[in-house]
Design a protein around this ligand. Sequence first.
Ligand code: ADP
Length: 155
Amino acid sequence: MNKIKIGIFPGSFDPITVGHEYIIHKAAEMVESLIIGIGDNSNKRHHFNIEKREEWVKKTFENYPNISVKKYSGLTIEFAKKENSKFIFRGLRSTIDFEYEKQIAETNSFMDENIETVFLLANKKYGMISSSIVRQIFINNGNIDPFTPKAIHIT
Ligand code: ADP
């Protein structure tokens, strides 16, 4: 049987940062097809709407044929199953990320032990970048271009 290796990279991308971009390229080297899942959970408040968040992620990776972008709502593990993905990629910046992500990964593995969470370490240069800090700079009229992918310009 010809089974291709699929992985998902789920997140809010509110907005996408160079930190996400770096990890996504690393993950895309490890699978044949990487699906970026943009979470659209109504219980989570987002600054940028789902259409904008999706548009920027799509533009960032438009020239990478093995990277695609999909919106999803509900549980990440269900999204992974629906997409026939064996892997959930997540990025780690710190031990704080690790403790939080470990709990989620263990819960997901309890729900479906055939899907593995794979952690990739943040690039040292980008370890301090988070969407929430980028939002704060944006809201206060600072220049966020150094923190967001070169292919996009958030206005
Ligand atoms: P979520 O709301 O699901 O945490 P985010 O969009 O904030 O979504 O993050 C998605 C993933 O990207 C998470 O695994 C997060 O740890 C990772 N990530 C966020 N910022 C960085 C960064 N600067 N470097 C590496 N990984 C990052």
